[in-house]
Design a binder for this molecule. Structure first.
Ligand SMILES: [Zn+2]
Length: 417
């Protein structure tokens, strides 16, 4: 009997079907068991299908007709709304543990450390649709050319993603509650993750300047994590101290043909509001670009090239004990946090339709988003490790690959599962 390659892989590597079967049923004696709803939503999300209505169509007469069979979008929405989110969260943690055991989280640059980034993103903003879990704000906007103020509803999620591995791996998400700020939400997520994954799972956390707050840093250390956060003006005293000790010549320079990086190192900078000393690294990066200018001269266009230099200065604060390691490592660590935005948030919002609610109901949205993230993670791991690494020459894009997943289901033929 032939099996779908993706599902065969998930079973072999993660014991996926057993994990799906082990999840509790949120409804009493349902006609379509949760397993079926989960598979429909999960496979639909892996195929990057944007809505439950389109998943319904795929199940009725499309790629999932043989694998899943008829199921309505109402049934899926109803089931998602009644399914507790915790088992889906735990499912994600179990998958992350198995990824670690299989060496997927190993890194080639981070000195054996598993580095996670934390960041927030807004999804599903709307002036019309809302649910009891929505956050809200007043927004000025134009309606048919007229400026008016309306209440806008939206959700925000915080994600923790392993960024040191070749494939960035989301570990979990948490929805911000109405009135809850991003940093406390991130802390609650970290606590949940570490409780389930264990204290040795992660080594170091990176994040933007919003996370450099004395109480948060203290809690992160209590969870057994080292940290490196961007230092900006929201910590004015530490920033001033860092600036004061980095006015002399840099401790290191790295020069490439089109860029130069200089760095400074303050092993012990005073951070009064936290009543402690922290390590600070400053970097100044200069990019030399050749800019083409087009001018209109005597009725003719002429081009000229000139070199322009762009300079950017960054400060990073950390508790990481460098020992004999170069301070440049703190810069590398901190820059890895960009992967959460450039690779994860970009892809899940464009290819995986995360900003489109598909079902805008409090619990259903949470459970749906978690399943979508799981489908994204596992299809990305499969794509990078099974498709790209075995491809001779050019590899499909991630989006083309999602289409290919769907064709594989069609090609399986009848009497298969
Ligand atoms: Zn809502």
């Amino acid at each position: 009997m032939s099996r779908h390659r993706f599902e065969a892989y998930l079973d072999k590597v993660f014991g996926f079907s057993d994990l799906v079967r082990a999840m509790p049923e949120g409804r009493q004696s349902p006609r379509h068991p949760w397993r079926k709803v989960f598979d429909a939503v999960f496979l639909g999300a892996a195929m990057q299908v944007p809505s439950l209505l389109q998943i319904e169509a795929e199940c009725r007469s499309g790629a999932l007709a043989r694998r899943i069979g008829p199921i309505s979008d109402d049934t899926m929405g109803y089931a998602l709304q009644r399914q507790p989110p915790e088992p889906v969260f735990e499912f994600g943690c179990e998958v992350a543990s198995r990824l670690k055991r299989n060496g997927v989280l190993r890194s080639d640059w981070s000195r054996g450390l598993i580095v996670a980034a934390v960041d927030g993103i807004e999804i599903c903003s709307s002036f019309a649709r809302c649910c009891e879990g929505c956050m809200q704000r007043k927004v000025e906007h134009k309606v048919r050319g007229e400026l008016r103020t309306d209440i806008q509803y939206y959700h925000r999620i915080v994600a923790v993603v392993v960024v040191s591995s070749p494939v960035p791996i989301p570990l979990g998400i948490r929805f911000q509650k109405n009135g809850e700020a991003e940093v406390p939400c991130a802390l609650a997520l970290l606590q949940d993750l570490i409780e389930r994954l264990g204290r040795r799972f992660l080594d170091l956390l990176v994040g933007d300047a919003a996370y450099l707050q004395a109480p948060f840093v203290k809690e992160v250390e209590r969870l057994g994590l080292d940290w490196a956060f961007t230092l900006k003006e929201n910590q004015p005293e530490l920033r001033r101290e860092a600036e004061r000790f980095t006015t002399g010549p840099p401790v290191g320079i790295e020069t490439e043909p089109d860029r130069e990086l200089r760095w400074w190192h303050v092993p012990q900078a005073d951070w009064p509001v936290a009543d402690r000393l922290v390590r600070v690294v400053k970097t100044v990066r200069t990019d030399r670009k050749r800019e083409v200018t087009v001018r209109l001269e005597d009725g003719r266009l002429s081009q000229s090239k000139s070199a322009v230099a762009g300079e950017s200065t960054s400060f990073y604060a950390t508790n990481f004990e460098l020992g004999a390691v170069s301070p440049l490592f703190i810069h590398q660590l901190s820059r890895s946090r960009w992967r959460i935005d450039a690779e994860i948030f970009q892809t899940i919002t464009t290819d995986c339709h995360l900003k489109h609610p598909a079902v805008h109901q409090s619990t259903a949205l949470v459970v749906l988003t978690m399943i979508r993230l799981l489908a994204y993670t596992l299809s990305l791991v499969f794509y990078r490790r099974q498709i790209c690494s075995h491809a001779r020459g050019r590899c499909d894009t991630f989006r083309d690959f999602a289409k290919r997943l769907a064709y594989w289901f069609v090609a399986l033929g009848p009497n298969t599962s």
